[in-house]
Design a protein around this ligand. Structure first.
Ligand code: 5RP
Length: 250
């Protein structure tokens, strides 16, 4: 059989992306409908799935005349809150949040997460920590048995600029795998986070029996590490959306 043409491949790719987006949208809408109530102080995550959640939140605020305040986890989240006409707050004004909602790059069976595909994990973790409940929304491709089973890009670790080579060397000598500086698209230079730091993506050997709490502790103990994208024992509930709009909640 002849190889598919470039046009056919591009069409299939855009169909696949549209299916994933349907799953993200379904999960986001359901989570907002199930959890948001009048008066809530809400942490708003980062990424593409949260865009659907903010869209639904703005609809509900308008239709039901809800009074809510939103705390962003990134520059993107701040812009999203403002452009949807929602009330922008911060952790100075609202250091206790009723709820935080965010996406994830991978979710294991114990609801541990890898986050930071967009480089926002530090603010995302602080906001999730400040919240009474932390709700994760994702398309169902993010669901895995154990971390690293599907997410092959590595665990994002935010590091101070001065420390990136020191941290890389320590991780590679005392843990395993490689820790690569994240480079911006078109290789213009390293990705710089909203906090002015760099990101190492640590590619580890995926295994079922890893103690992620211990791994997180080891990484955080290296001077220069600001935060990791490991969210261990923080998640209250996850909504996975499938391309046909079905939702799995765990
Ligand atoms: C950004 C994140 C995102 O929440 C994560 O990458 C998921 O993104 P998306 O909703 O686009 O799949 O952690 O730092």
């Amino acid at each position: 059989t002849p190889a598919p043409s470039t046009a056919t491949r591009a069409f299939s790719l855009s169909e696949a992306m549209a299916s994933v987006a349907k799953g993200k949208r379904a999960a986001a809408f359901k989570a907002i409908d199930d959890h948001i109530k009048d008066g809530d102080r809400i942490g708003i995550g980062s990424g593409s799935t949260i865009v659907f959640a903010v869209e639904r939140l703005a609809e509900r605020v308008k239709n039901e005349k809800l009074s809510v305040r939103c705390v962003p986890t990134s520059f993107q989240a701040k812009e999203l809150i403002i452009s949807n006409g929602l009330v922008l707050s911060n952790l100075e004004t609202d250091h206790v949040l009723d709820i935080a909602i965010d996406g994830a790059d991978e979710v294991d069976k114990d609801l541990n997460l890898i986050k930071g595909g967009g480089g926002c994990q530090t603010q995302e973790k602080i906001v999730a920590f400040a919240a009474k409940k932390f709700i994760v929304i994702a398309d169902d491709s993010k669901k895995s048995e154990y971390l690293g089973e599907k997410w092959k890009t590595g665990l994002p670790i935010e590091v101070l600029q001065i420390a990136h080579k020191v941290v890389k060397a320590k991780i590679e000598s005392s843990l395993e795998g490689t820790a690569d500086l994240r480079i911006a698209q078109k290789k213009a230079g390293p990705v710089v986070t909203d906090n002015g730091n760099l990101i190492l993506d640590w590619k580890f050997d995926a295994a079922r029996d890893k103690d992620w709490s211990q791994v997180n502790g080891l990484l955080k103990a290296i001077p220069g590490v600001v935060e990791t994208g490991l969210f261990v024992g923080m998640t209250s509930c996850v909504y996975f959306g499938s391309p046909n709009g079905e939702i799995l909640t765990i």
